[in-house]
Write a protein that binds this ligand. Structure first.
Ligand code: SAM
Length: 158
């Protein structure tokens, strides 16, 4: 059974078709906010998507049950954790440790970030992960230079 952990519940519904196509039947969505889980739960019920499990979990201190995933998807949670005014450097380290704990070896991590560049993300996840693919994102130009407003990368656990 292919297992997927989703750290970004708002997008869970758009990921579902794609995941189903690739044979993922076990999808788990987490958030440390009970109200985010409650809202997602009501949408899941309305849409009849019974194959998604939802859990209130702090990703910086995940329960032992959160393990063995083939894929972990994040859009915005690493960014939110990075912006925490209370010891963000330590929290980012904890995030990488948690990620390593929940993913299988050779498992994939898809991250979309509006806060970090590709180079910065490569540095953040340099221990235990390698870049598998960079996904295309919108480009912009300013003052004769061009760049991306969003970085979207796929890492693989080594
Ligand atoms: C910026 S929002 C992103 C929401 C959505 N993925 C999106 O793209 O609009 C960040 C989410 O991460 C959750 N979050 C922040 N820190 C977390 C943690 N330590 N564990 C689990 N969820 C966390 C917040 O509750 C929030 O729902």
């Amino acid at each position: 059974m292919l297992q997927c952990l989703i750290l970004e519940l708002e997008m869970v519904f758009s990921w579902l078709n794609l995941l189903a196509k690739f044979g993922f039947s076990d999808v788990t969505g987490i958030d440390y906010s009970p109200s985010a889980i409650q809202l997602s739960g009501s949408i899941i019920e309305k849409e009849g998507l019974s194959n998604i499990k939802l859990k209130v979990e702090d990703f910086l201190n995940p329960s032992t049950k959160l393990s063995g995933f083939h894929i972990c998807i994040d859009k915005g949670t690493f960014d939110a954790i990075s912006l925490n005014p209370d010891n963000a450097i330590e929290k980012r380290k904890q995030y990488v440790e948690s990620l390593s704990r929940v993913l299988k070896v050779k498992g994939f991590f898809l991250i979309t970030s509006c806060n970090w560049t590709k180079e910065e993300l490569l540095d953040e996840f340099s221990e235990g992960f390698e870049l598998f693919e960079e996904l295309p994102t919108p480009k912009f130009s300013f003052g004769g230079r061009s760049g991306n407003s969003v970085a979207a990368l796929v890492f693989q656990k080594t």
